[in-house]
Design a protein around this ligand. Structure first.
Ligand code: IPD
Ligand code: CA
Ligand code: CA
Length: 294
């Protein structure tokens, strides 16, 4: 009897240690998500105030790759918010690059996704923030300030829009689907034949939108507004938060080779429910076979 009591006691303490560790882990995850939400909403407020005002705009890699003073303002607010909670985390942003540190968590930030829309007075843009640890996306937040829509996800915690849980669609026919896509600033060079792929898929009679913010495109897929999304040459900040949202909403996110998307490198992407992703990849692959090798 004694030994049984001893074992039960040991079990109890092991159980307590496990629960304690789990709670710590959940609290840590929650702190990341809360910081991401706080940063996205603060930055989004500034973007909304700046939208339509007289601000400076300049070009980066080429004439249509724009940056406004609001990209920089938003980025500064996000970095400051993250730094004040997590001073030793690493940060990778679109406008100021890698802020190195010794922490193993890295924040991936697009302070204004949809800059071309913003610069032309089109109210379709967002802030995108994700926290990653050793290739695991721990949390992702996409905030659309003009519609005040907050898309959020934590690893294994589901996908949410303004606190309500969402899933990807169950559409299983590509011909009946509603899709969204985008083009890189280098579209003139036709990377990975993106122009022909677009022509091929639009030529199938499928309704397609090009809205101008890859992060919001992915968020819209996560909440079932679109059945699928594809694009080439996206950067980590365009897709990290959105990829987690789609996965947590029950979808899949792959690159054109069919591998799980690696959001830490520039990549092609296909996202949506698994039926649509597979069908889209088949179309892209079968179209590729028709391209004469040089
Ligand atoms: C761009 C947008 C656009 C996509 C481009 C991105 P930016 O990001 O997400 O929808 O087609 O590939 O570079 O410049 O607005 O942050
Ligand atoms: Ca972007
Ligand atoms: Ca941007």
């Amino acid at each position: 009897m004694k030994s049984i009591t001893f074992r039960i006691k040991n079990c109890d303490s092991l159980f307590t240690v496990c629960i304690f560790a789990m709670n710590n882990h959940l609290n840590a995850m929650n702190a990341l998500l809360q910081t991401a939400i706080d940063a996205a909403q603060k930055a989004g407020k500034v973007l909304k105030e700046g939208f339509g005002t007289d601000y400076t705009i300049s070009s980066k890699s080429q004439i249509h790759d724009l940056v406004t003073e609001y990209d920089h303002k938003s980025e500064a607010i996000i970095i400051e918010t993250i730094r004040s909670s997590f001073p030793n985390h690493q940060i990778l942003t679109e406008e100021s690059g890698h802020h190195a540190s010794d922490g193993d968590i890295i924040w991936i930030i697009d302070p204004l996704d949809g800059t071309v829309n913003f610069a032309h007075g089109i109210p379709f843009f967002c802030v995108s923030i994700a926290a990653i640890q050793r290739s695991d996306i721990l949390c992702g937040v996409i905030y659309s300030p003009m519609t005040e829509e907050l898309f959020s996800a934590e690893k294994n915690g589901g996908a949410f829009l303004n606190g309500q849980s969402y899933k990807v669609t169950q559409q299983n026919s590509l011909l009946h689907s509603f899709l969204v896509t985008g083009f890189p600033y280098s579209v003139k060079e036709n990377p990975l034949h993106c122009i022909e792929h677009f022509a091929h898929i639009v030529g199938m009679g499928i309704p397609i939108r090009r809205l101008g913010s890859a992060a919001l495109d992915l968020a819209y897929v996560a909440v079932g507004r679109f059945d699928g999304f594809w694009e080439v040459a996206l950067q980590p900040w365009d897709m990290a938060a959105g990829a987690l949202l789609v996965k947590e909403a029950g979808g899949i996110v792959i690159d054109y080779s069919g591998n799980d998307l690696n959001v830490m490198q520039s990549s092609s992407i296909i996202a949506g429910n698994s039926n649509i992703v597979k069908a889209l990849r088949n179309e892209i692959d079968s179209f590729n076979l028709t391209i004469p090798k040089r």
